[in-house]
Design a protein around this ligand. Sequence first.
Ligand SMILES: CCCCCCCCCCCCCCCC(=O)N[C@@H](Cc1ccccc1)C(=O)O
Length: 636
Amino acid sequence: MTDRSGKFNIMKLVKIVSFGLLVVVLVCFVAATLRTLTFDVNSGLQLAHWEKTRNIASDINQHQRKELLANFREAIQIPTVSTSKTQLNITALGEFNSLLRKVFPTVFSSHLVQHEVVANYSHLFWVPGSDLALVPYMLLAHIDVVPADENDGWEAPPFSAKEMDGFIYGRGTIDNKQSVMGILQALEYLLIRGYSPQRGFFIGLGHDEEVGGLQGAMNIVKVLKKKGVQLAFVLDEGLAVLDGVISGLQGPAALIGISEKGQATVKLSVFKAPGHSSMPPRESSIGILAGAVKRLEDNPMPILFGEGPERRTFEHLAHRFGLPIKFLMSNMWLFSPLIGRVMERSPDTNAFLRTTTAVTMFNSGVKVNVLPSLAEAYVNLRIHPAQTVQEVLEFIQSTVGDERVKMELVNGFDPLPVSSYDETSFGFQTIKKTLLDQFPQVSVAPGLCIGNTDSRHYTDLAKDIYRFAPTWIKPGDTQRFHGINERISKKNYEELVVFYFNLIQNCDIKELPSPHAATAAVTSSLGLLVSAASFSNASSNSWTPEPNETVYFVNGYSQSRSRPSKPYILRKLMDDWMNFWRLAGVDTMMVNLKSYSVSVIIILVIVIIHWKSIMTNRYLRTCLFLSVKYIETCTT
Ligand SMILES: CCCCCCCCCCCCCCCC(=O)N[C@@H](Cc1ccccc1)C(=O)O
């Protein structure tokens, strides 16, 4: 009898547990479906009313079309190659300097522009604004390029700037002379058309970015620091407009880099006594090192997809995927491990998921019959924002797991801070608006820059750093970065000039418009409540410091800005706090997890309270009964 009732109780328990699980799965499914149907983090300021500042039309006539292309081709033809920190083509850099002065005469002669050469070959331009209360911003690009060998399979010589099928071929066409020339060409045309900015801006052109920017960018930053400059935002190279590159995505996507990966270069070395090759030991220095390298390749760093800004990219783009990908992308809180597994299959998507490990140099041996004493390998790691240099070193040490392999950190830096991208983010929203005006078919999303840029030296000058140029990248183009057949279409180069032309004018706005009510349409009830609170709060939020506040000296370029008063700081803190929760309500895993765990707890409590009726009712009735109770509990 006891045995039977014991069995009966176990059966009951199994039923209840499986029923509970079924309810949890159902609730998750309903929540995920609701989120899929309503999830759109892209509305933002798109529909808001923007202050009009673009008074000069960006149309380009036939003569200018020819002229800007000729200028660009001349820039590509100068081989400003950086091979190593000590091997820069200084002759080419000097030539490039002369080219800039020749093709942009107005920029170099205008009374509105101050120019200074930094570290012999880098350039710093300052265009003061008429409204001193507006914090200046900065555009960056780099003049140098990586080496290119025609024999690697280039269809046109890499420094020929040859035009083929509407494309200009050459090293630097997408990395990064398109921005160098695009920015200055835009400024040249703006000045010719009588433009004078309200918001001041800097342009920084580095000459050694490809080898770390230790001369160019670092010295430009030093000059700016000395002058006390603080920047509203910085825009550098980095991500691009991806067209057909992300499979399943409908339409092109402009990814604006809001952070960039960290980097570490680690030297692994094995030392063994040299000797005659006729009496080899069981393991050579090369064999031991090869084993270590193999272990590193066989054991990639963990997938961290969803723990860095890459998560935001897919959430912002979710609405542009078809089902079932849309369902998965809208519910990263549930599916990020699954998406990560799929994305790791291709090198260019894998780069967004984890710290990547690339063995880039392997040296040993001097003669065929001599056992080498030393074997060395260099491993270049690109660090995911959720990890640090220290964590990566510990991982390598434990994966190599061989005391004979010496490990040495050659250089490294942690991932860069994440810049803002919400509706109050001046830089992000102004870049986004400029993009959408020019390319309405594009979806704009924040992204993670997988390569490093000069902008990493600017973190003390600006809280918000963006890495983006509207270079269109189509399938197969990602391999052209530092690879063969680097090219840009003539149309795309013109678009770049127009983009910078419009961006500079758009930056003259005093403050961003208030977020459109559409922003408040969020999925979860928590998100809805908090966004409503934030929305009402946003009307009192002004992005720029208030007038009538103490003015203090900011830089030697006679720009000044207001020091925020205490109530302003308090209000800003309040706004930031509200924005944090609003965003959290919309799209952070934390709050989703919280609300879903709350749901689970509510269900469990209902199950416990209504234990008896569950026992006496049939499943369908119980299901209905529980759903009603759940809704009742949630609404009260
Ligand atoms: C889903 C598919 C996404 C495809 C993404 C397409 C865009 C990829 C382009 C990435 C290029 C970013 C630009 C990086 C510039 C660059 O090459 N930097 C170099 C130079 C450098 C080295 C050390 C320290 C600082 C700098 C680098 O990162 O190695």
